[in-house]
Design a protein around this ligand. Structure first.
Ligand code: HEM
Ligand code: HEM
Length: 129
């Protein structure tokens, strides 16, 4: 079996799970009037819901032409979001010691996005050529 449905499905499922989580935090912020965790809400929804769902759609439509790169893209993005969201929450709640975790997570996320850029650029240049 091809890895294509598996990889795109993983991105899509994490995206749809991040959406209600992020929205619940939004509702809690709105209800309590405490917007301290707005950046956590923003990044859970933008990196988790929008980013993962968009990447899933890309792989579903374009196919996984570079399984190794795409696999690493997923691993880095997943661990990155998994570490960034709680460490950002801790940081914004005053736990300065969470900063190295956020910094490490940012590094994973930028690598993930660069890997995705390589995948898309290779796909598009192949198609154009
Ligand atoms: C149930 C749905 C949602 C609720 C109740 C909600 C609620 C909130 C609240 C209360 C804030 C803080 C606003 C402030 O302090 O100025 C906020 C900020 C934000 N929300 Fe949502 N939100 C929801 C859905 C979404 C979705 C789906 C996205 C993106 C896909 C999103 C993206 C953002 C962003 C980026 C910010 C930060 C804006 C800024 O600081 O300028 N939200 N949201
Ligand atoms: C490596 C990944 C990322 C890191 C480390 C990061 C970090 C940050 C930081 C430190 C802030 C300022 C938060 C504050 O004022 O307290 C911020 C704000 C923001 N970022 Fe990101 N960001 C990342 C990726 C993204 C992406 C991919 C998007 C959109 C798709 C995004 C959208 C936003 C928005 C809308 C705000 C304003 C939200 C607010 O003030 O509540 N970020 N980001």
């Amino acid at each position: 079996m091809s890895v294509q449905p598996k990889l795109s499905s993983r991105f899509l499922v994490i995206g749809v799970l991040a959406a209600p989580l992020g929205m619940t935090l939004g509702i809690l912020m709105a209800a309590s009037g405490n917007h301290q965790l707005a950046p956590v809400h923003a990044h859970l929804l933008l990196l988790g819901w929008v980013g993962f769902f968009l990447h899933g759609l890309y792989y579903r439509l374009a196919g996984v032409t570079q399984p190794a790169l795409a696999g690493w893209h997923f691993n880095f993005a997943f661990v990155g979001v998994l570490l960034l969201v709680p460490s950002l929450a801790a940081l914004l709640s005053g736990y300065k010691s969470a900063e190295p975790v956020s910094a490490f997570a940012s590094l994973l996320l930028i690598i993930a996005y660069l890997l995705f850029a390589v995948v898309v650029i290779r796909d598009t240049t192949r198609r154009a050529g």
